[in-house]
Design a protein around this ligand. Structure first.
Ligand SMILES: [Zn+2]
Length: 377
């Protein structure tokens, strides 16, 4: 799990005379069955080192080797996203595997670049899932595709059938007593949730799981501020094994995020059709990125486009335009062919302050070529 503490430690490394390579890569083995990330990495690396001195390039060779070695031989460790910071000259290596896709980039600087990690922490919200029934409650923290148990509340609620010391009570008194216990339990669970949400974890969304009856009673007890954070519900047996809890919880999180992302994609498509602040398709989006007009860039990890890059102003240029003009449309200098126009597009958009969302599993985005944008104006 990537934490703010990782970032603090990386920031504590002061500027050096040697270069640190920071690499972020979408490595999802399911979406990259032929290790396509290796090619994307090598392309980005080549571009990044091209402007460096010979001495720097020589020193970076070992970093390149180590990262290629990781990608080639440790595919079992790979998850959906990877961030590596490498400085072999200083014997430094940091790697984080995350359950979410990340924006491909290679950054070379005299200290670790924490941008990719900050992007991850900022883009992916923290969820908490409450699993609740009549006598137990569990609170889980979900961030970047990891699930961590925060607390468990076990209340003693007698079963529905009388036993032992309850013999003397009449049926109705007995039922009332059970109900009292359940109410106390649910109140305690709501209180624990409130503490957790107000704590330092910065929870922005809540999911609710468990038997329907307990869920609805729990929900009634949430005040307006907690209810506002409630984004979804799902069925789950309280006795489910940890793997099952993890799987069901992550599925619920993905459902919430996919719905939100699908909403953004639809917003971009509709706006673009109506001539409003939206753009779709690589050509249209590229033009808007160049104009510095992209507020939010939505990119499918499967989006691919070839094109050119200006040798002088570094502007990415679409294949057709590059072939037609033969020269950079912005500064009239020579163009170099590139295989990874989408990565350049993302880099440029980020440099202009756009927020970048890697959007997976939204068919409407694939239909417009895997790239869409919400514009500033
Ligand atoms: Zn140019």
């Amino acid at each position: 799990m990537v934490t703010r503490d990782d970032i603090r430690q990386l920031l504590a490394i002061g500027p050096n005379e040697v270069l640190y390579a920071t690499v972020a890569l979408t490595t999802d083995p399911a979406a990259n069955p032929r290790q396509e990330y290796l090619i994307r990495f090598k392309n980005l690396w080549r571009d990044a080192v091209a402007t460096r001195s010979r001495r720097e390039q020589a020193a970076l060779r070992k970093d390149h080797q180590s990262i290629v070695h990781l990608l080639e031989t440790r595919s079992r460790d790979l998850r959906r996203g990877l961030v590596v910071v490498s400085c072999q000259a200083r014997d430094f290596w940091y790697e984080a595997h995350v359950q979410v896709p990340v924006r491909d980039q290679v950054l070379l600087a005299r200290r670790p670049a924490v941008g990719p990690l900050l992007d991850l922490l900022d883009t992916y919200q923290r969820y908490c899932a409450v699993l609740v029934d009549r006598e137990t409650a569990r609170i889980l923290l979900i961030h970047l595709g990891e699930v961590e148990e925060y607390t468990e509340i076990l209340s003693e609620v007698p079963g529905k059938h009388r036993k032992g010391g309850w013999q003397g009570l009449s049926q109705s008194r007995y039922q009332r007593r059970i109900e009292d216990k359940v109410r106390i339990h649910l109140d305690a669970a709501v209180e624990a949730l409130r503490d957790f949400v107000r704590g330092e974890e910065q929870i922005e969304r809540i999911l609710l799981a468990g038997p329907v009856e307990a869920r609805s009673r729990f929900k009634q007890r949430l005040g307006p501020s907690l209810r506002r954070l409630l984004k979804g519900e799902f069925d789950l047996e309280m006795t489910a094994p940890p793997d099952e809890v993890r799987r069901a919880t992550l599925e619920a999180v993905e459902e919430v995020e996919r719905a939100e992302e699908a909403g953004l994609v639809q917003e971009a498509i509709t706006a673009s059709r109506k001539g409003g602040p939206g753009a779709t398709g690589i050509d249209d989006v590229l033009a808007q990125v160049q104009a510095g007009n992209v507020r939010r860039l939505l990119v499918s990890p499967h989006a691919r486009a070839r094109g050119f890059r200006c040798s002088h102003c570094r502007a990415p240029v679409r294949e057709a335009a590059g072939q037609a003009l033969g020269r950079c449309p912005y500064c009239n200098q020579e163009l170099q062919p590139v295989q990874h126009l989408v990565q350049l597009l993302m880099q440029d958009a980020a440099n202009h302050g756009a927020r970048i969302d890697i959007v997976e599993g939204v068919p409407q985005l694939e239909e417009v070529g895997g790239v869409a944008a919400l514009l500033r104006y």
